[in-house]
Design a protein around this ligand. Structure first.
Ligand SMILES: *Cc1c(COP(=O)(O)O)cnc(C)c1O
Length: 460
């Protein structure tokens, strides 16, 4: 008891610590420094009261304060090195933008722009006009509109075209996409009644035809982006659904999910139809801006002018509207598609998908050349498979090259955690006893930083 009292009395005072740390913390916000100092003293006090003062002892308190301040004051949203080989990793921010797209974004962010100003008439303009012509040119659709993300696009489409009606969708397409986008929930919010037809693995044209009645407002097709039903399956192809729609005067809505704008077949990637190939067989189509398209987060709607015009008049659009920074980066990225070969070379997502194994091998060799030799850590170049991710092209795996790390001291999971907690954080895969760093998603100019992270963890 007395010992505890003595220890408590010996706890440093806030003001003393603030004075002791004043030179290092001079440029930090005083209020935050004071709070962190107080918190660290409280931690010591609790440790004493709990009977284990050595666990959070007074001697190390200034170091702990500085570490805590470092954590509190650094941005919470941070850049990481993606060494997972998953190109469109939803948790790591999906598509990365090119430097050039970033320049247009920066210009829109730091200056004024003609966002909603028509330079010719000197009157109010539309923010949607900046990309509509580009989208109609690239996809062949009559009209286009962009919103905040693809979930918002689906919402706006259903709210505009099918509120209060029944919408028929195949049971095999009732997908849940990462970030809890559930087709049935979106339907419920937009006030339409979902009518599921077929079974999970099979849907026939007659299933749609039989479900159509006076209350039916639309036929919806959803790309089963993140899974494949294989084996005994049948889905109604878009062209056939289009015929059913035509016969019954019902709009066909196609949620493409990823929305491929350029053919990748010349690069040995077995793809699916491009948006332009689907446009003739749907009244309205929508897809994400930050999946295969390789742009910023956005939801893109293309389709018949009459229907898109109705969406432009929907008041909901105001709540789902795209912001100017996104719009700037999206316009730049779309412009790159005017020359598809150039798009594949210059849009980072497409470049990563199509880059040959030799490039990954070269990056792996460069990384290894920068690593300090240590007797207890073994580095090797390994074959691996990268994924496209983001629910895109789930059938496609890409042969790649990884740097494998095996440590005599640390388990693969311990190494993975240290890399993840590092600065910058490195996100890697664990495979058996090794940590794998897939070079496909690591940019050449990130290699020196990655090497520094690896050298740091193998020392500690
Ligand atoms: C990814 C995806 C969505 C959601 O798109 P966000 O841009 O993330 O909102 C919707 N539908 C399908 C089929 C998808 O693949």
């Amino acid at each position: 008891m007395e010992e505890k009292q003595a220890l408590l009395r010996a706890l440093p005072k806030v003001d003393d610590l603030l004075r002791r740390l004043s030179t290092v913390t001079a440029d930090m916000p005083g209020q935050v420094v004071k709070r962190v100092v107080q918190e660290q003293i409280d931690l010591c006090r609790h440790a004493i009261l709990d009977g284990n003062p050595s666990e959070v002892g007074v001697p190390g308190i200034t170091d702990r304060i500085l570490t805590a301040l470092g954590q509190v004051l650094q941005c919470h949203l941070r850049g990481v090195i993606n060494a997972t080989g998953v190109i469109l990793h939803t948790n790591l921010g999906r598509a990365r933008l090119s430097d050039e797209a970033m320049e247009t974004l920066t210009a829109a962010a730091t200056g004024y722009s003609n966002l909603e100003y028509d330079l010719e008439s000197g009157e109010r303009g539309s923010r949607y006009a900046h990309v509509e012509a580009l989208l109609t040119e690239i996809t062949g659709a009559e009209a286009a509109l962009v919103v905040n993300n693809n979930a918002a696009a689906v919402y706006l489409i259903l709210d505009t075209l099918a509120k209060g009606t029944e919408v028929i969708v195949s049971r095999g397409e009732l997908v849940e996409i990462g970030g809890s986008f559930r087709v049935p929930n979106i339907m419920a919010h937009s006030g339409c009644k979902l009518v599921e037809v077929g079974t999970t693995n099979k849907t026939h044209p007659a299933d749609y035809a039989n479900a159509i009645k006076d209350e039916t407002g639309a036929l919806l097709k959803v790309h089963t982006s993140n899974y494949r039903i294989v084996g005994f399956t049948q889905e109604v192809p878009l062209t056939q659904l289009w015929e059913i729609g035509q016969e019954n005067r019902l709009p066909v809505i196609y949620d493409l999910g990823s929305g491929l704008l350029a053919q990748l077949e010349d690069y040995g990637i077995r793809t699916e139809p491009t948006v332009a190939e689907c446009v003739p067989y749907a009244d309205v189509l929508c897809f994400s801006g930050d999946k295969l398209l390789g742009g910023p987060q956005a939801g893109i709607i293309v389709g018949s002018k009459a229907l898109v015009d109705r969406m432009k008049k929907n008041h909901l659009l105001r709540a789902l509207r795209i912001d100017k920074l996104t719009l700037a980066a999206l316009e730049y990225t779309l412009r790159q598609y005017l020359d598809p070969d150039n798009a594949v070379k210059s849009i980072p997502t497409l470049r990563m998908i199509t880059s040959p194994v030799s490039e990954m091998e070269a990056k792996a060799k460069m990384l290894i050349s920068l690593l300090e030799a240590r007797p207890d850590v073994h580095y090797s170049i390994m074959d691996t498979l990268s994924q496209i991710g983001g629910g895109s092209l789930p059938d496609v795996t890409l042969a790649s090259c990884a740097v494998g790390i095996l440590s005599d001291r640390l388990s693969a999971n311990a190494m993975e955690e240290r890399l993840r907690m590092g600065n910058p954080p490195v996100i890697a895969r664990v495979s058996q006893d090794s940590v794998l760093l897939d070079m496909r998603t690591v940019d050449g100019n990130e290699i020196p930083t990655l090497a520094a992270c690896l050298n740091h963890i193998s020392k500690t």
